[in-house]
Write a protein that binds this ligand. Structure first.
Ligand SMILES: Nc1ncnc2c1ncn2[C@@H]1O[C@H](COP(=O)(O)OP(=O)(O)OP(=O)(O)O)[C@@H](O)[C@H]1O
Ligand SMILES: [Mg+2]
Length: 479
């Protein structure tokens, strides 16, 4: 066991540059730039580790506490499942943070790490058990008997289990597979960290089965099992899903410690540093810091857009005497804008295809609405519900979804979320700038179907504010 003092000082993120770039990393950046591997410096479009992992102090502290708890030698006496849920819009760095944490824990060499992906390992009891089984020591007695159990599960077809008995059997198989995965060769146990990326895509029954199995194993008090889930905002709904049978996981005391929202809220200064430091290492000169500052503003606190900006700057500088010119109308500016627009267009297309363009417009209007004092209005669950219903009623293209399904779809795309503390909570848009784009589509670019429903959508919004007793000065109807 780590000593108490060293446990307190434990920094599982020490291997990740967060404030400045150590010499070794700086050299690697220079090499990547020279080899025109710009995405190895600014990995836009992949979940690779950014050169500098900025911000996220709150989430890092939540994950660090989890690590300390897992390594606490008094853990067995407390017998409670420990975990963190990273949830938020697309591209906010959930995977990057999850991987950084997982690597840091691996570096300690005393914890077994089981990495999973929701839509890969948690789609059936069979895949889940097989994956857990692959971590059990090969010749352990328990593994052999467990492997038999696994075969029975597969043969019994628990994927479609319906009876209570089958559910119990399945849970006990998952529990024994997990139990076996905590064993070391000589029969000793070691703490286990389970990470599940894209957890929102897991099957509810399997995710619930795993959480309940962890609880079972932990209750035996022999070993600590920590779990980190990462997913889009619909992950919280999945955890409350009836089939998941794990509402206890969120509802018990300690929820606040478990939930780690990941908004697009990187600070301007952090973003500036995340761009300038790697550029400096690559040997690129920024021609105007004021122009850079303006470009960073356009990233809207989004890690993904930040990496797109960095990658564009590197690629452009390579062809321009190693100079990065961020001024408006310059090449970086234009290419960055094109990339952002492409992302918005893709999102717009997936909404419009489902007949949800009207809903997007209504959500954007809620977000833009201001009180007579110029304050944003509080977006409650009721307002979201009403806005979505109005959007479905006046859909420019045929909508085949119910209100709940539409809300869930927006959450799935990471465009709508609350910080998960219940119906009284304030709701936000995952990427507000996308909704400006959606509004513009109705006014300027949208086809005749979109323009035809706009007056009804606008009038619905006014009635909605009136009925909700909200004094709203303007719902900026934009463009
Ligand atoms: N804290 C951060 N600082 C700088 N860049 C970051 C940070 N976190 C993530 N990134 C970068 O942002 C991009 C998106 O990150 P990532 O893929 O981890 O997001 P995600 O939330 O998992 O997205 P998705 O929901 O689509 O899976 C990647 O290029 C990553 O390198
Ligand atoms: Mg991800």
């Amino acid at each position: 066991m780590l000593k108490r003092s060293s446990r307190r000082d434990l920094d599982v993120f020490a291997h990740i540059p967060r404030h400045s770039l150590p010499e070794r990393h700086a050299r690697r950046i220079k090499e990547s730039y020279r080899a025109r591997r710009f995405d190895q410096v600014f990995p836009a479009g992949s979940s690779a580790m950014p050169s500098l992992l900025i911000g996220r102090e709150r989430q890092i502290s939540q994950l660090s506490s989890l690590a300390r708890e897992m390594l606490d030698d008094t853990f067995g006496a407390r017998q409670s499942l420990i975990g963190v849920v990273l949830h938020g819009p697309r591209g906010t760095g959930k995977t990057a943070l999850l991987n950084a944490f997982s690597e840091g824990i691996r570096g300690l060499g005393r914890v077994r790490i089981i990495n999973m992906v929701g839509n890969d390992h948690l789609v059936s009891t069979d895949t889940l058990i097989r994956h857990l089984a692959s971590f059990a020591p090969a010749r352990s007695e328990k593994t052999r008997s467990f492997a038999l159990g696994a075969k029975m599960v597969v043969a019994g077809g628990f994927e479609t289990r319906t009876t209570r008995r089958e559910s119990h059997q399945s849970l006990s198989s998952i529990s024994s597979a997990l139990h076996a995965a905590t064993e070391r060769k000589k029969g000793k146990r070691m703490p286990v960290l389970i990470t599940i990326d894209e957890a929102h895509a897991a099957s509810p029954a399997e995710l619930g089965g795993l959480l309940n199995a962890i609880q079972n194993v932990t209750n035996q008090g022999e070993v600590a099992v920590g779990i980190v889930l990462a997913g889009t905002p619909d992950l919280l709904d999945l955890l409350r899903h009836r089939k998941c049978e794990a509402t206890w996981f969120l509802d018990r005391a300690g929820t606040a410690r478990r939930l780690a929202p990941m908004p697009n809220d990187l600070s301007h200064d952090d973003c500036l540093r995340a761009i300038t430091e790697p550029l400096k290492c690559a040997g690129v000169t920024v021609t105007s810091m004021t122009a850079l500052s303006g470009a960073v503003e356009k990233c809207k606190g989004s890690p993904y857009f930040l990496q797109v900006l960095g990658e564009t700057a590197l690629a452009t500088a390579f062809e321009n005497n190693h100079l990065a010119d961020f001024s408006t109308g310059g090449e970086i500016h234009l290419i960055f804008d094109e990339n952002v627009q492409a992302r918005y267009k893709q999102t717009w297309a997936s909404l419009d295809n489902q007949g949800l363009a009207g809903c997007a417009r209504q959500l954007g209007a809620l977000w833009q609405a201001r009180t007579p004092d110029g304050e944003p209005i509080k977006i409650t669950e009721n307002l979201v519900d009403r806005a979505i219903r109005s959007g479905l009623e006046h859909a420019p293209t045929e909508a085949g979804m119910t209100t709940d399904e539409a809300i869930s779809y927006f959450k799935h795309l990471g465009l709508l979320w609350s910080f998960g503390e219940g119906a009284q909570d304030v709701w936000s848009l995952g990427l507000p700038s996308f909704f400006d784009f959606a509004e513009a589509m109705f006014h300027r670019i949208g086809n005749v179907d979109h323009r035809a429903v706009l007056p009804e959508l606008q009038s619905d919004m006014s009635s909605l504010y009136e009925e909700a007793g909200l004094a709203v000065k303007t719902a900026i109807d934009g463009q």
